[in-house]
Design a protein around this ligand. Structure first.
Ligand SMILES: [Zn+2]
Length: 73
């Protein structure tokens, strides 16, 4: 009979630190719970962002600046 020392049970990996938004540095939240916005993974750099903080939304900024230019014209 082989006596084996019991291996330490692996720590639960379920509890993970709250992920922070790469854009604004604030933690993810839940719209339904009123704690903010969830994070989404950007397909380009693989980092987590709020939807509004996604680098791709720069395109929206361009649209807005374009609108403001029209307004100022
Ligand atoms: Zn953010």
């Amino acid at each position: 009979m082989i006596e084996r020392s019991l291996a330490q049970p692996a720590p639960p990996t379920h509890s993970k630190a709250p992920s922070l938004c790469t854009g604004c540095g604030e933690p993810s939240g839940s719209i339904s719970q009123g704690t903010g916005f969830p994070l989404v993974r950007d397909r380009k750099d693989g980092l987590m962002y709020h939807v509004r903080c996604l680098p791709g939304t720069r395109d929206l900024d361009a649209v807005w600046s374009g609108l403001e230019r029209m307004k100022g014209a």
